[in-house]
Design a protein around this ligand. Sequence first.
Ligand code: SAM
Length: 403
Amino acid sequence: DTISPFVEFKPSIPQNGLVLAWLTRDNTKPIRPEPGSALHTRFGSFQHSRMISSKYGTQLASSSSTQAGFIYLLHPTPELWSMSLPHRTQIVYTPDASYIVQRLRIRPGSRVIEAGTGSASFTHALARTVAKTGRVWTFEFHEPRFQMAKKEIEDHGLDGIVKCSHGDVCKNGFIPACDETLDASAIFLDLPSPWLAIPHLKKVISKNKIVRICCFSPCMEQVQRTIETLQKEGWLDIEMVEVSCKRWEARKEMIRKPEDAIERLRDIKRRRNEGLKKRNERKLAEIQNDETVSEAQESEEGMDTGSMAAKSRLKRKAEAVSAAATEEEEATPPTEKYILDKPFLPSEYNPWGKGKRVHEGEAGYEWKDVSKVEAELKSHTSYLTFAYLPPSFPGKDEQLTSK
Ligand code: SAM
């Protein structure tokens, strides 16, 4: 079966087929299951033989007796691949990738130029979108990176769609390794100096279609130089965008009154006093017990008046401690609500302490809708500069759709 799993969904995991083992939110491992091998993780060990022929999406329990963890066996997608790929450079993450693909109007059958290839993260997104009838020509001047990307593209069965070329696009332009006319209508440049590559584009882009470009640059100075070159080269409708990605979580929060907070403080104090009182009572009981024992011994042995006086001082002291604790407790009377609602039993809901667990939105309580920012979503947050070039010999459709 030669169709790439990145392009076509396969229901079950073939032997030696790519599967992305989802361990945690930030840890997804690409594996190719082979009989006799195992994936060893801190959640336990997972025999490859149990993965082969399982359905993609299966939750697999660990086979170790001591670690009862599990993993998910996920189908490869460009989105998951960008989370698990071996990083060789900075990469384009899904929030940017999806926006760029849509703005460049890339679709099945599109012909796309990309430079540089880097870790081939965005290359996978492009390949999946142009699918079987389209083409992606990707250029990289760093030899080892080019070799690694080429191998990865072949391993993923994408070499029919993606053509990797080794070369400096700023110096020599876009010369593909294969003998093909590029005739591209979408360009993506993730290079330090895109303004040096832009003048070479006219030789390789479509003459009768609108051509759209996106340059991905981390600093404003690069954006300015890119815009100057785009203007000089006749590109139109130049616009710069920054994708700033935040995920908002919507949920309900229980409405708690200020009196609840005051009562919580009083409750803490009351509990502490109760604890103190009990401790003092216990101490007093211990002292009294000691006294009874020693009085019994003394009556047997006879005793001196000095030791009797010391004991009565001790007793008075203990009584004073106990009285002080009682006074302190009486100084913080329960609020009316507390008296009406009685002291909380452990199984009941207690708005200011431990007790029954109340589920979000549960009837019988007051709730308000709130939204919170989730942990930062990964995106490179470079500036995206978009523009388009009208066709030199427009076809009928292009005249109609041209901006
Ligand atoms: N977009 C890629 C991804 O998502 O994985 C990452 C690209 S990386 C940030 C930039 C790449 O451009 C580097 O691998 C670098 O070697 C390559 N590069 C820089 N200048 C180049 C040039 N003049 N010609 C070809 N490749 C170049």
